[in-house]
Design a binder for this molecule. Structure first.
Ligand code: SF4
Length: 359
C-alpha cells in the first residue's frame, strides 16, 4: 500500500541503503568511544537486538584512535558522527569506517568539507549530510525552520556534487515533529539521495516513542525514508531499536519479531488478572525473533474475531477461554490454564512454521 520514493542507493559496509532496499534500522552508542571495550560490547548488544547500522560519536583524537579496534572487533556497519573538527572524519576513514556523518552547522569551512569529500571519494565511503535544527540559527515558525533546514542541506549537496561526489545520504532532524515532516517532504522532491529519518531529542521513551511514531509514521506512509533512528533518552539504545521496528511493523514495512494484540479491557472483562496474563505473554514473546501474531482478548465481544485473525489467539470468557490457531478454533481451556495453554500453542505454531520453512 505504501509506494516508496525512488531514491539512489549507497552502500554502508554490507548494508544497502535506499532504492528498493529494506528500510534500515539504526541506533547510536551511549558509551565513551575512547573506551573501546565498553563500546564494542554495546555495539554487539545492538546488533543482537536487530540494529543494522550503528553510529558512534567521535568527539576527539582519542576516540578516533579507539575506532581501529572497535571496527576490527564488531560485525555491523559503523558510522562516525563528526562535529566541529573535520580531521576526525579523516581519522575515521583511515580506520575503515563505513560512513561519515558530518554536521554542516558546525563544520563550515568549505576547504574542510572538501577534505572530507576528497578522502571519501578515494575510499568510496558514503557521507551523510546531517542537518540538525539545534545547530541552525533560531527561527520563529516551524515553517521557517523547515525551509532553513532544506536550504542548508541543498547548499551542501550542491557543494559536494561540484566535487564530483554522489555517495550521499541526507538527514534533516528537528525536535519539532511538524518541522521535521515539512523539511523531509520538501527535500524528498528536490534531490535523489536516500533519506535518513529521525526526530531528534525526542525525549524519554514514553514521550519520545510517541513523537517519533507520529513524525516518522507520517513520512514513511508517504514513502519517504530509507533508514531511521528513534532518538530516546535512555541508557539502553536497544530500546530505540525496538521502537523503530514497531513503527516499521505498524506500517507493514518490515516484519521482525512478534506482534501482540491485546485488548485494553473494560467493564465486560471476565478474567481476573487479565493484565498480568497479557504481561506474561508479552514477556515470553519478547524473546522471539520470528514474526508471529498473538492475540489475548478479555471477552467474547471482540475476542473471537481478533483471536481468529492472529496466528495464535485466546478469547477469554467467564472461567473458560477458546484458543484459535490460524483462524481455526482448536481447544477450550480453563481459566487456570490460560497462560500455559496459550504459550504451548505458540510453541507448537513456531515449530510448525519452522518445519514449513525447512521444507
Ligand atoms: S474485548 Fe471485551 S473486555 Fe476487551 S475491551 Fe473489548 S469488550 Fe472490553
Amino acid at each position: 500500500m505504501i509506494r516508496r520514493r525512488a531514491s539512489r542507493t549507497i552502500q554502508v559496509g554490507s548494508i544497502t541503503v535506499g532504492g528498493a532496499a529494506r528500510i534500515i534500522v539504526q541506533s547510536m552508542t551511549r558509551t565513551d568511544t575512547r573506551d573501546a571495550r565498553a563500546t564494542i560490547a554495546q555495539i554487539e548488544r545492538l546488533a543482537d537486538s536487530g540494529c543494522e547500522i550503528v553510529r558512534l560519536a567521535l568527539p576527539d583524537k582519542e576516540a578516533a584512535a579507539a575506532l581501529g579496534e572497535i571496527r576490527r572487533r564488531t560485525r555491523v556497519p559503523l558510522i562516525a558522527d563528526i562535529h566541529f573538527d573535520h580531521r576526525l572524519a579523516l581519522a575515521a576513514m583511515e580506520r575503515n569506517i563505513d560512513q561519515v556523518r558530518f554536521n554542516p552547522g558546525n563544520i563550515r569551512e568549505p576547504v574542510n568539507i572538501a577534505a572530507i569529500v576528497c578522502m571519501a571519494k578515494e575510499r568510496s565511503i558514503p557521507l551523510r549530510i546531517g542537518i540538525n535544527a539545534g545547530s541552525l540559527p533560531r527561527h520563529s515558525t516551524e515553517k521557517e525552520l523547515a525551509a532553513r533546514m532544506v536550504e542548508t542541506a541543498l547548499e551542501q549537496i550542491r557543494f559536494i556534487e561540484n566535487l564530483d561526489f554522489d555517495l550521499i545520504e541526507v538527514s534533516l532532524k528537528a525536535s519539532s515533529v511538524l518541522a521535521t515532516i515539512e523539511a523531509n517532504k520538501a527535500i524528498a522532491e528536490m534531490m535523489p539521495y536516500p533519506i535518513h529519518l529521525g526526530i531528534t531529542e525526542a525525549g524519554l521513551p514514553k514521550w519520545g516513542a510517541i513523537r517519533s511514531a507520529v513524525g516518522l509514521g507520517v513520512l514513511l506512509h508517504l514513502g519517504i525514508g530509507d533508514s531511521l533512528r528513534v532518538s530516546l533518552t535512555t541508557p539502553d539504545p536497544c530500546e530505540e531499536v525496538f521502537t523503530a521496528y514497531e513503527i516499521l511493523k505498524s506500517l507493514e514495512l518490515r516484519q521482525r519479531g512478534p506482534k501482540l494484540i491485546s485488548c485494553p479491557t473494560c467493564g465486560r472483562c471476565e478474567v481476573e488478572g487479565f493484565y498480568d496474563l497479557a504481561r506474561a505473554v508479552e514477556e515470553r514473546l519478547l524473546r522471539l525473533e520470528e514474526p508471529i501474531a498473538v492475540a489475548v482478548m478479555g471477552c467474547v465481544v471482540n475476542g473471537p474475531g481478533e483471536a481468529r485473525d492472529a496466528d495464535v489467539g485466546l478469547a477469554c470468557g467467564k472461567g473458560r477461554g477458546v484458543i484459535f490457531k490460524k483462524g481455526e478454533k482448536i481447544r477450550t481451556v480453563e481459566e487456570a490454564d490460560f497462560l500455559n495453554a496459550l504459550l504451548s500453542e505458540v510453541e507448537d505454531f513456531r515449530s510448525g512454521a519452522s518445519a514449513c520453512a525447512r521444507e
